[in-house]
Every structure is written in C-alpha cells, then in structure tokens.
Design a protein around this ligand. Structure first.
Ligand code: ZN
Length: 196
C-alpha cells in the first residue's frame, strides 16, 4: 500500500515585535514567525519533530532580517500546539474505542451464556486432534440446568460470524451441556462468539 508520509514545517505562532527596530530602515515594524517541523501521515500531523525555527520580517522595508538572540527567545516561549499530535490522539482514541467495544461485547456474550435462550447461536472453535475447525451450535431448548443444542451440518476451517446459507442445524442430533460447561467453554475460547 502506498503510504504518504513525511516531514512538513508549519508556522505555529506569529508575533509583532515592538521593542526592536529594523537594522535596515530603523522603523519599528517587525514580525516574528515561529515554525515547527512535524511528522505527517496523509497530511495528518502525528507528532512534532526537531527544534523550533523562526524568521523575522520588516514590513516597512520588506526585508528578512536575522536577530538570533531575540528570535531564540521567541522560539523558546512558543508552545507547541497540541493539534500537532492529532494523528497520535486519533490512533489512541481508536484503540480505546476498540478495547471498550470488545469489552462490552465480551460482557454481553457472558450474560447470554449464563442465561441462554432458545435460538442463541454459538460459534464453536475446536482444535482437538491437531486440526482447527469451526462449527455452530444453536440452543434448541433449556430444561433446568441443561441446555439442549443442535450442531450445524457443516464444519469450517476458519472463523466465520454466521453459518453459510446452504448450512443447516441437524435436527436429530441434540448435544446437551450444563450452563456451567458452556461458561467454561466460553472462558477457554471454545465458544468464540455468541449471537442472539
Ligand atoms: Zn526595515
């Protein structure tokens, strides 16, 4: 994939200098611009890099001048704007959102397994015998602590979120689990997802 990235420079602050006159024309009409380099991805600033720099310009005689010590003072007192970290903040927010969403999903699945309802569908991950396979179990009925399930007709070599359209639940082969067994299977990752 082509990733557009690199370093750019941006002006982060503009000052008007009133104490110092222009060495060329002796008027008090100087402007100081402070710049900062930053790293960007697709033009979104990710984080600042390098040191600050500045330029000084006289509006009266239209010339750029250098006044190292003064410019250095301006560079020092200029704070780096937080939006230069936009990309990092964005990625951080995204990660937090994903983690929170995954947590909510996991909590919800746990509640579903603790209190099963007819029609709940579990994706089962089975790697016994050295061969990874996935299949589905559908809760058919619940009697006390026993949960009667039907298994899908097909097995899958990789995780899918729902059975294929040609798949079906085999009616005459009920598998019975206790609620505690199902919870254990969830904790071990043998139940990889629960759909209600
Ligand atoms: Zn000047």
């Amino acid at each position: 994939m082509f990733i557009l990235r690199g370093q750019r420079k941006i002006r982060i602050k503009r000052y008007t200098e009133t104490q110092q006159c222009c060495p060329n024309c002796k008027t008090f009409d100087l402007q100081v611009n402070v710049y900062k380099d930053y790293f960007h991805l697709f033009f979104i600033p990710f984080f600042p890099t390098g040191v600050k720099s500045s330029s000084m310009y006289c509006y009266h005689c239209s010339s750029f001048i250098r006044f190292d010590s003064l410019q250095h003072e301006y560079e020092k007192k200029t704070r780096i704007p937080f939006w230069l970290y936009s990309g990092l903040l964005l990625v951080g927010c995204l990660i937090v959102t994903i983690v929170v969403a995954a947590n909510i999903d996991a909590k919800e699945e746990r509640i579903f397994v603790q209190h099963p309802q007819a029609g709940d569908v579990y994706t089962i991950r089975d790697d016994k015998g050295g061969k990874l396979r996935y299949f589905f179990l559908k809760v058919n009925s619940i009697q006390g602590d026993s949960v009667f399930t039907l298994h899908s007709n097909l097995e899958y070599s990789r995780y899918i979120s729902k059975p294929q359209s040609k798949d079906f639940f085999v009616e005459d082969e009920e598998l019975v689990f206790t609620k505690a067994e199902l919870l254990q299977m969830l904790d071990k990752g043998e139940i990889s997802s629960v759909k209600r």
